[in-house]
Design a protein around this ligand. Structure first.
Ligand SMILES: NC(=O)c1ccc[n+]([C@@H]2O[C@H](COP(=O)([O-])OP(=O)(O)OC[C@H]3O[C@@H](n4cnc5c(N)ncnc54)[C@H](OP(=O)(O)O)[C@@H]3O)[C@@H](O)[C@H]2O)c1
Length: 262
């Protein structure tokens, strides 16, 4: 085989994966990609030094082919993929069953990464069909471990994984935006507010992970009676923010389910 990885679709998520691999020293010459947009092909070729294909069929000459188009564009893909190539789909809401209708005899892995792959900090949940053998699974893991922890999950959990892991960075960015803007309202310069907000999000996550402590125990330990944290938490409880976050994950999971059924 000429290449190791072939991409169909070279948009935001494909670029993020390629960047993560290049950070880890994977070679651009081992990767090829095709996109219907010439500007996307020019961009990734120039930025990451990968090969770009003149036709979609050329990407089917690697060990793994990654489907990285929007779910609604999946049915427009016309390609013959030999059965010894592992197909990896990163598309939200496209089930293994639907993928098998297009590629009936192929080993297929469904994965839900996020844009943090570009800095090698994404959790990687995956599931696969019964045509994937041990060697193919190991091949997949050896590449995707470059982004972060790779964990096998039941396919029934893929929609909530899409909400939490796929959309999660967008949700957290929204919260960071809100913390920053609220602190600007109280008088902090924007740059200072943003720097502090990033530091508390990053620092709190690291603290919980490193000390293996639950968010609830940590929060109680920093909430002194009648203090400033307690006053702030009171308004979050009164406004029902936790309930809104339940709804956010539920609605986002439902949207992934809608895509799966469309
Ligand atoms: N972005 C995320 O945070 C994220 C996270 C997890 C998973 N995903 C999944 O990753 C996939 C890609 O998302 P994205 O954000 O990277 O989308 P994107 O930026 O729109 O990239 C998709 C690219 O594929 C092109 N394309 C469409 N049909 C094609 C075809 N038949 N052959 C080759 N290229 C084709 C698109 O061109 P046009 O623009 O002309 O259509 C576009 O350049 C989606 O299925 C999404 O569910 C995304």
């Amino acid at each position: 085989m000429k290449y190791k990885i072939g991409f169909i679709g070279l948009g935001n998520m494909a670029s993020s994966l390629i960047e993560g691999w290049r950070n880890r020293g994977r070679e651009g010459k081992d990767i090829i990609g095709f996109d219907i947009r010439q500007d996307r092909m020019n961009f990734v070729k120039e930025r990451f030094g990968i090969n770009v294909a003149n036709s979609i069929q050329e990407v089917a000459d690697g060990e793994i082919v990654i489907l990285a188009v929007k779910p609604q564009d999946f049915s427009s893909i016309k390609i013959d993929i030999p059965q010894d190539i592992v197909i990896v789909s990163i598309m939200a809401g496209v089930s293994i069953k639907k993928l098998e209708e297009h590629f009936p005899n192929s080993p297929i892995i469904r994965v839900m990464p996020n844009l943090l792959c570009s800095i090698n900090k994404s959790f990687i949940p995956f599931t696969y069909n019964d045509r994937v053998d041990k060697k193919e699974k190991e091949l997949f893991i050896s590449w995707f471990t470059d982004f972060g922890e790779v964990t096998e999950v039941k396919e029934s959990l893929m929609n909530v994984m899409t909400a939490l892991n796929g959309s999660g960075p967008g949700f957290i960015a929204y919260l960071i935006e809100a913390f920053t803007e609220a602190s600007v309202y109280e008088g902090l310069p924007y740059e200072v507010a943003l720097k502090l907000t990033l530091s508390i999000f990053e620092g709190t996550s690291a603290f919980l992970r490193e000390n293996n402590i639950s968010p609830n125990s940590f929060r109680l330990s920093v909430t002194s009676p009648g203090g400033t944290t307690s006053r702030g938490i009171w308004i979050l409880e009164k406004a029902g923010i936790k309930g809104t976050i339940y709804d956010m994950i539920r609605l986002s999971s439902e949207r992934a389910r809608e895509l799966e059924n469309s």
